[in-house]
Design a protein around this ligand. Sequence first.
Ligand code: PHB
Length: 394
Amino acid sequence: MKLRTSALLAGAFAFALAGAAAAQTVRVGLINTYSGPMASNGDQIEKAINLFMKSGQCKLPPGVKIEIIKRDDTGINPETAKRLAQELIVRERVQILTGVVWTPNALAIAPLATEAKVPFVIMNAGTAMITTMSPYIARTSFTLWQSSYPLGKWASNKFKTAYVAVSDFGPGHDAQEAFTKSFTEGGGKILGTVRMPPPTSDFAPFLQRVKDAKPEALFVFVPAGKSATALMKGFGDLGLGQAGIKLIGPGDIVTDEELPNMGDVPLGVISMFHYSAAGDRPANKMFVASYQKEYGPKAWPNFISVGAWDGMQAICDVVAAQNGKVDPEKTMLLLRGWKNPNSPRGPIEIDPRTRDVVQNEYIRETRKVDGVVKNVELETFPMVKDPWKEFAQK
Ligand code: PHB
């Protein structure tokens, strides 16, 4: 009788131990912009992650869970981002970092990821060199070179002259350099370049200079969100379109969620980008439909949502592959070469050499389709690697 009881107890004990081993919660630190004038960009990341987790796309082994611990960097604030990353690593013991709309914030976090060996999945920040700043970074978003370099080449076949106006920080500098390189290599002439402070909403002084220079095309990068709408307003108010100047740029300037706030000004804008909410791939139609079912018929996901959607997929996949026991080196090995053949944007993969995303770029024209303004994809440039890294390697 005694023996039976202890055998039972031993059995119960073993069962409890097995349960404890199976219940594995992976802590993921999300640094995002939840407040301040740029919060609409962070809202895209927030909505996409919540939808992804809710929709059962995150397939984890039994007992494995992901807990997301969120922090607000309030905008372009590298000091704040660094402090938050520190806090998430040291106090919250996160095993993976993610999020980050802004390049300066990503650059401030990079050395901490290296020091603490915490894999850092970047869902937006798009300056090319970011991924070279830590071996623990992988990116599911884009680089500005991916869009602006092929756009310059394309534009050099259409226009003889262009003016370049960019926000004066990392992604703007990249957009300027990439466009200028391919446009001039293709025989185009740059009539002038202006760098504008990133949190500006009054573009008139810069656009007046452009109008006076009379270029055939104006290439612009400003951050997506409210800045893009302000840019479009300035372009319309000063009558640059009527003056015969064609507006072109990476898709940030015609970001899908702001199109309803831009009136007719963006009609005819030519942009190069990896994502349009109007893309007619079945995976995208399903994505947009589920987004609007969750957040309302006027909620449009943009490229930032898609970067977060795929970033969350990558995180779930590497957590699942390790059965919830996240090892930094193993995680990076799994992220190198990670693929999603069926992203809303088309097929994507992480280049194992650079840990940066490889994806289609689409040339688009902003058009009114059945009364709705959309970025209509016209032509596909398949599986573009970050040109900046391709040049650096040569
Ligand atoms: C960036 O900071 O890298 C960034 C921000 C907004 C964009 C694109 C890039 O639209």
